[in-house]
Design a protein around this ligand. Sequence first.
Ligand code: NAP
Length: 262
Amino acid sequence: MDLGLTNKAVLVLASSKGLGKATAMKFAEEGARVMITGRDGETLKATAKEIKEKTGSRIEYEVCDITKKEDIKNLVQKTVDAFGNVDVLINNAGGPPAGTFDDFGDEEWEYAFQLTLQSMIRAVREVLPHMRKNGGGRIVNIASSSFKQPIDGLILSNTFRTAIMGLAKSLSQELAKDQILINTIGPGRIGTDRIKELDQVIAGKKGISVEDVKNELEQTIPLGRYGTPEEFARVIVFLGSEANTYVTGQAFLIDGGMVKAF
Ligand code: NAP
């Protein structure tokens, strides 16, 4: 199958590590030009070098804190300056902190909103004129399995991931006429630094080792293991490609069968 990604301009938010990085790598493997972002310049530079060396594709990077309006504006402009357009936007973010209702005040709620939902709103707003001018585009949002089934102790994620899904569904209706397709993916447990941190939180609470937490959680996954960032990225790349011509407004999980809801 031809994904039609050669020379496409792809912008991946929060992509110096983890799922964002794996997604950028896969798009680059398919011949796309990719802009990666994160807050730490040194990590970004190293990631850009690694992707470039592995794929031979053109990779640009820009330091950007996605909670800041001006940073997102600048990021999209830099992408257009470098590639002439944005064909594909991947909305990703750092994970909001773990905790229950009693743990958070207004400040933490506001920050989680800016990190997860507001960043997506702003990035979509900035890329739309370019996608419309170019006759279409693809947007894929990385959220969490918490939009199907809340995760204990992750109230900020549970709240804002469902909002991402609601926004994306509305956008799919409004943007279809512009040939812009938008979908949302919920990772279950894919082995990244974020998952290690969350496992450490559980280990601390239960007084057991991180390895034991992983073993216990793997038993709740029908496929019997955590996913890899690479197998996660393959699905994102299909949805963001020219091969996807008829999937829009959908939200589904990459979770090895972990969530039992339909
Ligand atoms: P990760 O390994 O911690 O990577 C997060 C990436 O986001 C890093 O590149 C980080 O770089 C960047 N980032 C964080 N805050 C940022 C900000 N304010 N501005 C710009 N970049 C920022 O996390 P991950 O596992 O890949 O997860 C990605 C997303 O999927 C998270 O929202 C996570 O909650 C969600 N998720 C993941 C899983 C999973 O299985 N891995 C499951 C459910 C949900 P800097 O820190 O240098 O900025």
